[in-house]
Design a protein around this ligand. Structure first.
Ligand code: GLN
Length: 559
């Protein structure tokens, strides 16, 4: 009997092509930005491109993971908590991506199991292969359909040869069998130059290709990452031993910034190679003019603006993890470049400021930003930092927890509510100026913590004439959220009586989304309940970040 596989096989209007990016040799060589860059150069050829990230872990999404382990959690417009690579895609492509474009092993299994529980497989035996890869393929096709894409670019997390991602490689193999003309595989490899030898070695790449082949998947393009460019001799060698044409070995030496990568790929004509491989009609010559202009503006020497980011997820052993706040850091950069400034960003660990003698070090910064965060640790230092910069009139930008803590500090020190707190830290405090959102109480009680915060895009109405409205040049804005707590409405009147203003409110009037101090009290003191950094794009800097950086620079130059 022929078993009907219950997957969405609707064909799209277009005949989308699928490009998979897999990692060879080792992780951490920039597979994510390579994928974003490939998507970018194809987009620049006039193609409609959508981009997918597959993470091979069991977590259903990236929301429950500790940022020091996994880096930033990037929230999509529709609220899915994803990996930071999705942020790179959105920034490089300047498009919003839907939830179907992100998947983990856990989320795929969950769908298959739910479907089985709902008799979606018609009583047949449901198996790891082919049912898991078929679910993956169904999602890729759905993403193609939603985006009406010419090209669906998918990065498969992890490296070849590990157990974790074999089912995704199996999906590649199955899709290629189904439509051989429509699938191309790019392997991002690494060519080390051992210090003792001083010669670039191709052997690890050869081994990685063999491992990939043993999964029934064959690389069409090899991106040869390395400290330096790959020479012709080694390109030929890779071609011979790895079954690719020499022109399909793309040299990808280290470059000064991730934004150089699309330009670097085009030096080896990568978009043309892919178009030829997949028979894509990208006749348009590459239009990366705006991108090039942005890259140039990031490199011009100009006046410096010094921004401190005070967080708590920076250290991991001896290493500093700037990845945890990557969208915030990039947002600062875009706004600075657009103002003709060069940002000098310093990461400060809030714990260092529990010792108040160190607070005066903050004076050397033009502006201070406290990003989002969770839980008790690091709070004491953040509150001291906020008090110091409020009193010393150093421009401040508080994001999510950074806004809540600014409200708490104000309640503590201006309203003199000494026993004020946020319910997240001390539910028994007498003045809970930050309280749990009504919609969250039940979820917390039942410990339903995965994917259950107030997530994704919501509308905010800004007060006319406010600093925020002036920055946005609008009074209705849409921003992405990720929180369980909110400013307690019972304190709004008292806070406003002392000068704090709530200038952004949810359309139903219940949620305080933007807080600011008027110019008479402070040159720039703004907090937002949402995450504006998630919508900052290289070619479209975020207006609030731009207002913050501009105020930081100007205030300092008046000091
Ligand atoms: N922990 C706070 C909340 O849940 C802030 C969250 C955040 O900064 N993203 O409301």
């Amino acid at each position: 009997m022929v078993v009907k596989r219950n997957i969405d096989t609707k064909t799209t209007i277009k005949n989308p092509k699928y490009i998979f990016v897999v990692g060879g040799v080792m992780s951490g060589v920039g597979k994510g930005v390579a994928s974003s860059s490939i998507a970018k150069i194809l987009q620049a050829r006039g193609l409609s491109v959508t981009a997918i990230k597959i993470d091979p872990y069991i977590n259903v999404d990236a929301g429950t993971m500790n940022p020091t382990e996994h880096g930033e959690c990037f929230v999509l417009k529709d609220g899915l908590e994803t990996d930071q690579d999705m942020g790179n895609y959105e920034r490089f492509l300047d498009i919003d991506l839907p939830a179907v474009n992100y998947m983990t092993t856990g989320s795929v299994y969950l769908s298959v199991i739910e479907k089985e529980r709902n008799l979606g497989y018609g009583g047949r035996n449901v198996e790891v292969v082919p049912d898991i890869p078929l679910e993956v393929i169904a999602r890729l096709k759905k993403a193609a359909l939603i985006a009406n894409a010419d090209v669906v670019l998918t990065e498969i997390g992890g490296t070849v040869g590990e157990y974790q991602n074999v089912l995704f490689l199996e999906a590649v193999r199955m899709l290629k069998t189904e439509m051989p003309e429509n699938v191309a595989v790019v392997m991002v490899s690494y060519l080390p130059v051992p210090g003792s030898l001083g010669e670039m070695k191709t052997k690890p790449t050869q081994t990685a290709v063999r491992m990939l082949n043993s999964a029934g998947v064959f690389a069409d393009i090899i991106i040869a990452r390395g400290p330096v460019a790959v020479d012709k001799k080694r390109k030929d060698k890779i071609a011979t031993f790895c079954n690719v044409r020499p022109e399909n070995v793309i040299s990808a030496p280290d470059v000064p910034s991730i934004y150089d990568i699309p330009l670097s790929f085009e030096e080896d004509k990568l978009s043309s190679r892919l178009c030829a491989l997949l028979n894509l009609s990208c006749t348009k010559t590459s239009d990366l003019k705006a991108w090039q202009k942005f890259v140039r503006s990031s490199k011009e020497t100009k006046a410096i603006v010094k921004i401190a980011v005070v967080g708590k997820y920076f250290s991991s052993g001896e290493f500093v993890l700037s990845d945890v706040y990557i969208s915030v850091l990039e947002a600062i950069k875009y706004s600075s470049y657009s103002l003709g400034l060069k940002p000098e960003i310093t990461y400060l660990s809030s714990d260092d400021f529990t010792d108040t003698t160190r607070l005066k070090e903050l004076k050397k910064f033009d502006g201070v930003l406290v990003p989002g965060g969770f839980g008790k640790t690091g709070i004491e230092g953040k509150l001291k930092v906020i008090e110091y910069i409020r009193k010393n009139k150093i421009p401040y930008f508080g994001i999510c927890y950074g806004m809540q803590l600014a409200v708490l500090e104000f309640a503590n020190n201006v309203l003199k509510l000494k026993n004020a707190s946020t319910e997240e830290i001390d539910a028994k405090a007498s003045d809970l100026v930050i309280g749990v959102m009504a919609s969250q109480r039940d979820k917390i009680a039942k410990a339903e913590m995965g994917g259950s915060m107030r997530l994704g895009q919501y509308e905010t109405i800004l007060k006319k004439g406010s600093l925020a409205a002036k920055a946005y040049k609008a009074t209705t804005v849409h921003e992405r959220h990720r929180h369980r707590y909110e400013v307690n409405q019972n304190y709004v009147e008292r806070l406003e009586a002392k000068g704090m203003q709530f200038t952004g409110i949810s359309p139903d009037g219940t949620l305080m989304e933007v807080m600011e101090l008027p110019k008479e009290l402070h040159p720039f003191f703004v907090g937002v309940q949402y995450h504006p950094e998630l919508q900052a794009r290289p070619l479209r800097p975020h207006p609030l970040f731009t207002a913050f950086v501009a105020a930081a620079y100007e205030t300092h130059h008046q000091r």
